[in-house]
Design a protein around this ligand. Structure first.
Ligand code: AMP
Length: 411
């Protein structure tokens, strides 16, 4: 017996019974983003490795441990994209989008790849939807993108969602605070996890989301970034809070909020869901005012988010029924196949979901098959030219002309 294969560790198949809910989510995201003027963009599934090293940051877990990096046959280092913002900024710069009306508002969905330890809600290939507003430093842009995700989760009926909000300040203003934080961490480095202690100099903020009890104790008395924002950053944060309230988006301030990517500045946010256990974040994002310049483009402020499709579906924890077909056409013998094929083509053309027998079954077998696929109606074509239509729910049977079937069953 040849070996049977399984999907690789940390990956999964989306089966048809799960696909319907996923399609509903994608449609809702597309509509909600579209109604605020966000246009769809798609970038490749892999990029130059250096884009993520520079864009996401060399000190992050993603770049240090989680990238699927490979060499192509020409010796170039490529990486399966672990996130969507750096590629979109690359596209913004590459296509000179700074010449368009600003901000450029984009939304996307697709697969992303991180070599993480698989567990419920955490995979090695997962899917995100996201939105970015590039070219505005106004708090209105922060609030607009946050509202998109808030509306989407509400529209989908995701229960137990909380929006946490913080600010990292601008890069310059943050520098003084980071010195203070590093001094605090250094003074108690023997209590920290190895990972945090190794990264005191390059990424001290990560200590805030450590799960290590010793580190957590040290962070309880750590200086808070929100107390160290400069005036411009404080005003920006204040306006974001006011406008969110004006938009009736509820939130809580989280002074310890940090994110796993280096590019964030000022506003950061995270939508968490109490239905999800350890991997409780559904989506999040923030402002990244320095990223486009860092990728060789003009100085361009921007803000955006990404949300995990699987996490949203896990939080919903319900399957929508795969819609049943409208009609199954059964034939008394193969002599009726041409008629069945022609009629099926015509009805499908009118938007009906129509199936025919593809397995040469007997009439009895075809009727059983129509039951199994839950077709709403069954049309039987007999060799003497007669046709009868059965409504499977009511079991009502009537003699019909095939040409009348469309009007009889059109929903
Ligand atoms: P990030 O790009 O890290 O800011 O993550 C944004 C969102 O993507 C998270 O809130 C999750 O919903 C989702 N996500 C990130 N990593 C994974 C993963 N390994 N598996 C499933 N979903 C993920």
């Amino acid at each position: 017996m040849p070996p049977k294969f399984k999907a690789p560790r940390g990956t999964f198949d989306v089966l048809p019974e799960q696909a319907a809910q996923r399609e509903r989510l994608l449609r809702a995201a597309h509509e909600i983003c579209g109604r605020s003027g966000y246009k769809n963009i798609a970038t490749p599934s892999f990029e130059d490795t250096a884009l993520f090293e520079r864009g996401v940051g060399e000190s992050t877990d993603i770049v240090r441990k989680e990238m699927f990096t490979f060499e192509d046959k020409g010796g170039r280092s490529l990486t399966l994209r672990p996130e969507g913002t750096a590629p979109i900024c690359r596209a913004y710069v590459e296509h000179g989008m700074h010449k368009l009306a600003q901000p450029v508002k984009l939304s996307y969905s697709g697969p992303f790849f991180r070599h993480e330890r698989p567990q419920a809600g955490r995979y090695r290939q997962f899917h995100q939807i996201g939105a970015e507003a590039i070219g505005s430093d106004s708090p209105l842009a922060d609030v607009e993108v946050i509202t998109l995700l808030s509306d989407l989760l509400e529209e989908m009926g995701v229960p137990g969602v909380e929006l946490r909000l913080g600010s990292l300040g601008s890069l310059e203003a943050r520098a003084a605070y980071l010195d203070e934080l590093k001094a605090h961490l250094r003074s108690r480095s023997d209590e920290l996890s190895e990972d945090v202690s190794e990264r005191i100099e390059i990424n001290p903020l990560r200590a805030f989301d450590s799960e290590h009890p010793g580190t957590q104790a040290v962070m309880e008395d750590a200086p808070q970034l929100l107390d160290h924002l400069d005036q411009a950053d404080s005003e920006h944060f204040e306006e974001v809070r006011q406008l969110l309230s004006a938009a009736s988006v509820e939130f809580v301030i989280d002074p310890a909020l940090v994110r796993g990517l280096d590019y964030y500045t000022r506003t950061i946010f995270s939508f968490v869901c109490d239905q999800l256990g350890a991997q409780s974040e559904i989506g999040g994002g923030g402002r990244y005012d320095g990223l486009i310049a860092q990728l060789g483009g003009p100085d361009t402020p921007a803000v955006g988010w990404a949300a995990g499709i699987e996490r949203i579906l896990l939080a919903l924890d319900e399957e929508v029924e795969v819609p049943a077909g409208d009609l199954f056409i059964a034939v008394e013998s193969a002599d009726q196949n041409s008629k069945a094929v022609a009629l099926a083509a015509e009805l499908r053309h009118h938007g009906l979901v129509v199936e025919i027998d593809l397995a040469g079954r007997s009439m009895k077998g075809q009727l059983k098959h129509a039951d199994r696929i839950s077709a709403a109606h069954v049309l039987t074509l007999s060799n003497d030219g007669a046709a009868s239509l059965r409504n499977r729910a009511s079991n009502e049977i009537r003699d019909v002309q095939p040409a009348d079937v469309l009007d009889l069953i059109r929903p």
